[in-house]
Write a protein that binds this ligand. Structure first.
Ligand code: NDP
Length: 505
């Protein structure tokens, strides 16, 4: 494989290139990374292991597209039309891009197709917002002066994304970034790089000028960190772990880049004894076992009121054990793999940690055997009961199918436990009491609160974290502000400027 060019395929392994200036190109140093299917353990693709020189090239391409290319002449209406066309291209190719992501991260085909079908809606929304008025005219304390503000694109945005929902999390950044007139360089996770390249190809086919959307594949370091340190990059839009988010924020601080961070969570899903139990259990199961628990918003701490604790544990365990873990390509499977071997090992290590901290294992706790997939990274849905909030399993983000059930006595204790974490991404409340629902929602330190539902997101409402779960918000109308600078313009509407030292002259 060492000499083959982007687009060639040898023995079932396709080699891709960096996507710069609307074409796939080989990396300068000629180094490639294997992309492994986590269900089969087989290498199916190779992508460039981008060096600093490749990153420089991508930044140059994005900068010149921003400063002097055709994109500069795009009115808001033109950007809106492009976003709608891109959405249509995604809809037409939804099965293919879903399939690529399943090959990359082992998530269920039905979930990935569902996400792909939703993406055009995000672009439609930001196409509309692109054309909305954004500035203001401001009454001043001085006479004969007009003041107005305009919002302008930031410039070059680096979108650094993780492997759990590779394209949806990219769309959350691309929609507002392109609507506002920026150019973008995506650095997908090394685990899920191919889908991003194909995505950029679709954007080019939909008519995006060269250099507006580039993809640099490679490792967090050097590729990712070359972007966060690059003086030609104006903003970093990042989703991933809190530790990497902290490193990025401090590196980006050296050039005072704009930064938005969507980071980890340890979200409480709180069940009060007056809840509709059937609905609550469905929400608990979806909250932690959806996507094999690999979501930032996973409801990984399940807080249950003591009067119904045993009943919830019993029913939740029954449901966890009934989940069909299997081939992610099979629409009948209910849970696929964990995305990559380091993550698989991390998940299994937390099972040992929880046991040695004294949590009671009541379901799962091992790798899952799946017929026909001897090397698949499958983990059984795992449940720990009698977890206390000081245990590591309750405080650290595992990002896998492990639920921790914690007992509480009353509302005050539930709120205290829920908030006793460094994270603040999301929370769920299950109760039939409307006053309690809103009262508790107002006391939870989390960016999203779901009442009698869980794990819902939309382009129309902001998503992001309190505390160490992030900085800034994605989605919703205000997300556009995260991709613009505000300029204040002063206009003299009077008789000209007087001599400052002799104003009567
Ligand atoms: P990371 O946060 O390390 O990676 C996310 C993205 O950042 C990837 O594209 C990664 O590249 C890139 N990156 C890594 N280091 C740097 C750097 N110094 N500068 C710039 N970019 C960088 O997550 P991992 O994939 O390593 O997963 C580790 C843990 O993170 C998981 O176990 C989970 O707990 C958490 N996580 C949380 C997510 C969330 O949505 N909140 C999403 C994914 C993971 P590369 O892939 O090449 O390392």
């Amino acid at each position: 494989m060492s000499q083959s060019l982007p687009g060639t395929s040898v023995a079932g392994v396709t080699r891709y290139g960096l996507f710069i200036g609307n074409q796939q190109i080989a990396p300068v140093d000629g180094e490639y990374l294997d992309v492994v299917n986590p269900a089969t353990g087989k290498v199916w693709a190779q992508v460039p292991n981008a060096s600093v020189k490749d990153v420089d090239m991508a930044v140059e391409s994005a900068r010149s597209a921003f400063e002097e290319g055709d994109w500069l002449g795009y009115r808001a209406a033109d950007r809106a039309k492009f976003l709608i066309r891109f959405g249509e291209a995604i809809a037409d190719n939804a099965e293919e891009i879903a399939q690529l992501q399943v090959n990359e991260n082992g998530k269920l085909i039905r979930e990935m197709v569902g996400q792909a079908k939703l993406m055009p809606e995000y672009f439609n929304y930001y196409a509309g917002l692109a054309q909305m008025p954004t500035g203001s005219t401001n009454p001043l304390h001085v006479k004969q002066m007009l003041n107005y503000t305009v919002r302008e694109p930031l410039g070059v945005v680096a979108a650094i994304t993780p492997w759990n929902s590779p394209l949806l999390l990219l769309v959350w950044k691309l929609g507002p970034a392109l609507a506002a007139g920026n150019t973008v360089i995506a650095k997908p996770s090394e685990v899920t790089p191919v889908s991003a390249i194909r995505f950029a190809e679709l954007a080019a086919e939909a008519g995006l000028p060269p250099g507006v959307f580039n993809v640099v594949t490679g490792l967090g370091s050097p590729s990712g960190s070359a972007l966060t340190g690059h003086p030609g990059v104006d903003k970093i839009a990042f989703t991933g772990s809190t530790a990497t988010g902290q490193a990025i924020a401090s590196q980006a601080g050296k050039t005072l880049k704009r930064v938005s961070l969507e980071l980890g969570g340890k979200s409480p899903n709180i069940v009060f004894s007056d809840a509709d139990l059937t609905s609550a259990i469905n929400g608990l199961v979806a909250g932690i076992f959806g996507a094999s628990g690999q979501t930032c918003m996973a409801g990984s701490r399940i807080l249950v009121q003591d009067t119904m604790y045993d009943q919830v544990v019993e029913e939740f365990v029954r449901r966890a054990e009934a989940i069909k873990v299997g081939d992610p390509q099979n629409p009948a499977s209910e849970m696929g793999t964990v995305a990559c071997r380091p993550q698989f090992e991390k998940v299994l290590s937390y099972i040992d940690i929880a046991k040695s901290d004294g949590a009671r294992l009541v379901a799962g706790g091992t790798r899952a055997e799946v017929d026909g997939f001897p090397d698949g990274l499958f983990v059984r849905p795992t449940v720990f009961a009698d977890v206390t909030n000081d245990m590591r399993i309750a405080q650290e983000e595992v990002f896998g199918p492990i639920a921790s059930l914690i007992r509480f006595h009353d509302e005050d204790e539930a709120v205290r436990i829920a908030n006793e974490t460094q994270f603040g991404l999301a929370a769920g409340i299950w109760t039939g009491n409307v006053q309690r629902a809103h009262r508790v929602a107002s006391r939870l330190r989390a960016g999203t609160v779901w009442i009698n539902n869980y794990r819902k997101t939309s382009y129309a409402t902001p998503f992001g974290g309190y505390k160490q779960s992030g900085l800034g918000r994605e989605n919703g109308a205000d997300a556009l502000r995260e991709y613009t600078e505000e300029k204040s313009v002063w206009v003299d509407t009077g008789q000209g400027v007087k001599d400052p030292f002799n104003p009567r002259a």
